[in-house]
Design a protein around this ligand. Structure first.
Ligand code: USQ
Length: 414
């Protein structure tokens, strides 16, 4: 099969490309490399040293004698995207090329607009480009479990049966996202469903939980490492807790720590995307996968990091932290996730097993973490009407030598 991965330079895109190549597929990558720039913008970098795309391609050629064709292109450029699809004619397109951070989208109006415009535009461009150039191909679209929010009932896989005023129907399950980023994914879902209805475009919408891990079996040595973010904006809670343990900083579950999320290991996430690609839906079908294995609260997660770090001889402690996000800190959470199992999906790695590897790998790159220690502890506040999230913009201006100083910040409101 020929698979085009949009977002091939990202955390999941890169190891997915490696995995598909190893499975004998032809892989074409597209990326505008913006994640590298955006992480630098908040003064951070990947904990794992990652190669440039030309060096990544060379490593693949040297070790496996295979080719990863790469286009440095932006999905915001419709004409270019169409040209790539016309030339490559992929059987499947995996769309991972979106701004993926909730905190980034909450910094201020500009970051909210940037996130929503870019994410929704990239998806719409892709839908139209596929309709024009590859109408038979299959779209695998990365959505997020966060689209559903945290309702006080079970969460089905995309759709549910409902009876209302004596009539029954099968409807999309309500979406209640809690960041501008998560809402951009909700809008994408609506757009993919409409493209499916209008043109019969076949699509798999993957509602992804939090992905974790530094390793996959397709990463044979350090030249093939994927990125691992740990700053307040780009690092997930799990990544940040592990880095906090390594650096001897307090582990910071926000608020009551009862916020529950679904988690999936990097290699399992890749396995599920590969299964989606290799088992496309019927022409005209739209399907939804909830993609996660284990659910934990952030409080449980913090305790797990302390436990696993302890086994490795790393002392770590948890310190309840002010919650800068507007979210429920205690809630019911029971999403269903059976659709992937029906395709043969098997959960390979538990979170606790992977955590040991994450901590060991981070210890190897400790000096990279030390160099960016200042970006680990939380500083932003999305509940403050004056929004401390602007902090990073102030820093950027200061670094660029702009005359206007960065903001100073009020004390946190109690
Ligand atoms: N949290 C803490 N302490 C921290 C950082 C975060 O307690 O230091 C809490 C947050 O308040 C939140 C939870 O951890 O309740 C999860 O936050 P996160 O930053 O780990 O993840 P999230 O913002 O939900 O986004 C991540 C990915 C996103 C993906 C999503 C899947 O960045 O791309 O879509 O996970 S899900 O969470 O299922 O929506």
């Amino acid at each position: 099969m020929k698979v085009l991965i949009a977002g091939v330079d990202g955390y999941s895109g890169w190891p997915l490309a490696l995995h598909l190549l190893q499975r004998g597929h032809t892989v074409v990558g597209v990326d505008n490399l913006v994640t590298r720039r955006r992480v630098a913008e908040v003064g951070s970098w990947s904990a794992t040293p990652i190669l440039s795309m030309p060096l990544r391609q060379k490593a693949i050629r040297d070790l496996w004698k295979k080719d990863l064709r790469f286009y440095r292109a932006d999905l915001g450029d419709f004409a270019e995207l169409r040209r790539i699809l016309r030339r490559e004619k992929p059987d499947a397109v995996v769309h991972l090329a979106e701004q993926r951070s909730a905190p980034y989208s909450m910094i201020d109006v500009h970051h909210a607009v940037e996130t929503q415009c870019q994410n929704i535009t990239s998806t719409l461009h892709l839908l139209y480009a596929m309709k024009e150039e590859t109408p038979e191909s299959h779209l695998v679209k990365m959505g997020t479990m966060g689209e559903y929010g945290t309702p006080n009932v079970d969460i089905p896989e995309g759709f549910f049966e409902i009876e209302y005023m004596g009539r029954r129907d099968r409807l999309p399950f309500p979406r209640q996202a809690s960041s501008w980023y998560h809402w951009s994914k909700v809008f994408d879902t609506g757009d993919v469903m409409l493209a499916n209805k209008l043109w019969g475009l076949r699509a798999t919408d993957v509602m992804q939980g939090v992905i974790y891990g530094t390793r996959s079996p397709d990463i044979p040595d350090d030249r093939f490492l994927t990125r691992f973010d740990f700053d307040e904006v780009w690092g997930t809670a799990l990544n940040r807790f592990c880095v906090q343990a390594i650096l001897g900083l307090p582990i910071t579950p926000y608020g009551k720590g009862g916020q529950r999320r679904g988690f999936i290991a990097l290699e399992d996430s890749i396995q599920s995307l590969r299964l989606a690609v290799e088992n496309p839906p019927a022409p005209g079908e739209y399907r939804v996968f909830n993609q996660f294995d284990e659910a934990y609260s952030v409080g449980d997660l913090a305790q797990m990091v302390v436990r696993v770090a302890g086994r490795l001889g790393i002392p770590a402690e948890v310190q309840a932290s002010y919650n800068p996000r507007v979210e429920m800190e205690e809630h019911y959470y029971n999403p269903h996730h059976e659709n992937l199992l029906q395709l043969g999906y098997r959960h390979m790695r538990t979170l606790e097993e992977s955590m040991e590897w994450i901590l060991q790998d981070l210890q190897r790159f400790r000096s990279r973490l030390e160099a960016k220690k200042h970006v680990v502890l939380p500083r932003m506040d999305f509940r403050d009407p004056d929004n401390r999230g602007r902090l990073h913009i102030g820093e950027r201006r200061a670094r660029a030598g702009a005359k206007r100083p960065g903001r100073t910040f009020r004390k946190r409101r109690k």
